[in-house]
Design a protein around this ligand. Structure first.
Ligand SMILES: [Zn+2]
Length: 256
């Protein structure tokens, strides 16, 4: 069975309708982050509690990566009980124009994922205000890669922190890990690219790097290969989020 309505992969309207219905069922509000060239960008959180560490999830930074946005929605729809019990902050689609136009770029033709440090950016400025006043335990940023030969993940964590990404990728069965030794100019092993320091000489700061610099304990950027079938990619995104939550819950219990 298909996980999303036929031909709706780039329909921001349908995507947000489903998020709005989910928010209603959870008893929370879909809030406006920004209005970009007449289109609202939304976010939501399941508990308005700054005392509890939150799990951060986002997608849709690049619009030509639709399985990320649909995977996040399907995961949330399949985990309503978990959402009611936990503290989750969602940014369901940070670049709606990109999704609608099937482009990587935002409404200005710029790569949003090099603009997260910019307060003056119409999306990243309000985004910074939300993330800086919350304690984030784990951040999951969902993406796709047209060069990808399987799934892979960038793990950006504290030095010496437990290495959880291999277990997380093992939880994804819909698409196997990308076996390349170098991915996007970085050393990779079994689909994992691990960093404890921010890469130098970046033209602008990606979402994951800003979250890491703000103190988020573990930041994961997950990529599905966009030449694979859409339903498989959506399922792989769902499986990855499930695997992250399982791995971090186990790690959290062990630490306690
Ligand atoms: Zn991307």
């Amino acid at each position: 069975m298909s996980l999303l309505p036929l031909h709706a992969a780039h329909s921001y309207r349908v995507l947000i309708q489903r998020w709005r219905a989910l928010a209603r069922r959870l008893g929370v509000k879909l809030k406006t982050l920004a209005v970009v060239d007449g289109v609202s960008v939304f976010w939501l959180e399941t508990k308005n509690s700054f005392a509890v560490e939150a799990i951060y999830l986002s997608s849709g930074v690049h619009g030509d990566e639709p399985a990320a946005a649909w995977g996040l929605l399907v995961w949330a729809e399949e985990n309503e009980d978990r959402l009611r019990a936990g503290n989750f902050v969602f940014f369901p689609c940070l670049n709606p124009h990109g999704l609608m136009l099937n482009t990587r770029a935002d409404y200005q033709g710029q790569d949003l994922n090099r603009r997260f440090h910019l307060q003056e950016d119409v999306v990243c400025g309000p985004w910074q205000k939300i993330v800086t006043c919350r304690r984030l335990k784990v951040a999951i940023c969902l993406h796709e890669d047209y060069d990808g030969q399987g799934c892979y993940v960038y793990e950006l964590g504290r030095r010496g922190a437990p290495k959880l990404a291999p277990d997380m990728l093992a939880g994804v069965s819909a698409i196997p890990p990308d076996g390349r030794k170098r991915i996007d100019e970085s050393r990779a092993q079994g689909g994992v690219i691990r960093r404890s320091r921010v890469p130098k000489h970046l033209p602008g700061l990606p979402e994951a790097v800003v979250l890491h610099e703000l103190g988020c304990g573990l930041t994961l950027t997950f990529e599905t290969p966009s030449e694979f079938g859409l339903d498989l990619r959506v399922r792989a995104q769902v499986e990855f989020v499930n695997a992250v939550l399982s791995a971090t819950e186990i790690a959290g219990n062990t630490a306690a």
